[in-house]
Design a protein around this ligand. Structure first.
Ligand SMILES: CC(C)(COP(=O)(O)OP(=O)(O)OC[C@H]1O[C@@H](n2cnc3c(N)ncnc32)[C@H](O)[C@@H]1OP(=O)(O)O)[C@@H](O)C(=O)NCCC(=O)NCCS
Length: 200
């Protein structure tokens, strides 16, 4: 059974908030605290989808702008990731996202200094979003069975192919093909996931 259309409290939550009514949690999906949704401003329905058995642990933040949509696939696990989404972020089934990973489909901050000044005059986010931001978004896709090591950063427009691994503290600026281990800044392929390490 999935839930959409009602704001829900998380049993035993330390944060006095609720999971917003436009977040869809499928059967067995787990969210440790509603604080994860405190930056979710999306008006989309659904704004965040968590598939069957997906989980979001402490430190995970859905920082989703008004038109943003995030999908977390079945049994995917987010262990303290920050997802910054103004358009589309798609995390595949069984993806494993480690501590302090940032996945962003937008930089949020304009390159133009005049626009940056205007944004700063509006105050800190989310008030800053009322200013003209002049920043677009490019969808980010992590396909099924991707594993992203801790402290890594996935930048706008990136697709990481099925079964690939991103090494700890990497900055991923371009696409990573399927079954590839990529690492570094900028992330480069270091080797393939061996055939014997792939399930039939
Ligand atoms: C990506 C990873 C899994 C690869 O492990 P591995 O296959 O044993 O790789 P190796 O240690 O043999 O390294 C292979 C090469 O890649 C480089 N490399 C590995 N990880 C790297 C990283 N994170 N950043 C930069 N370079 C890296 C190594 O220096 C080595 O380079 P060399 O061939 O020039 O000597 C591992 O390095 C890693 O980053 N693990 C993170 C795990 C994690 O985040 N766990 C949290 C719990 S979910």
């Amino acid at each position: 059974m999935s839930t959409l259309g009602t704001a829900r409290a998380v049993p035993g939550d330390w944060f006095p908030g609720t999971i917003p009514d436009n977040a869809r949690l499928d059967e067995g999906a787990y969210v440790e605290t509603s604080y994860s949704f405190s930056l979710c401003r999306s008006r989309m329905r659904p704004a965040v989808t968590m598939g069957e058995g997906a989980s979001a642990y402490l430190g995970t933040m859905f920082d989703v702008g008004e038109s943003g949509r995030v999908r977390v696939g079945r049994y995917a696990l987010l262990n303290g990731a920050r997802i910054i989404c103004d358009g589309r972020v798609d995390i595949g089934d069984y993806a494993l996202i480690s501590w302090n990973v940032v996945i962003m489909d937008t930089y949020r901050v304009p390159v133009d200094p005049v626009l940056r000044r205007r944004q700063l005059r509006f105050g800190p986010p989310p008030a800053a979003e009322r200013g003209e931001r002049g920043v677009g978004s490019r969808p980010v896709t992590l396909e099924a069975n991707v594993w992203v090591g801790f402290d890594s950063c996935i930048l706008p427009g990136v697709t990481i192919g099925e079964g690939s691994i991103v090494g700890a503290r990497s900055v991923v600026v371009g696409d990573v093909p399927p079954f590839c281990i990529a690492a570094g800044n900028p992330a480069k392929p270091i080797r393939s996931v061996r055939e014997q390490d792939r399930s039939p």
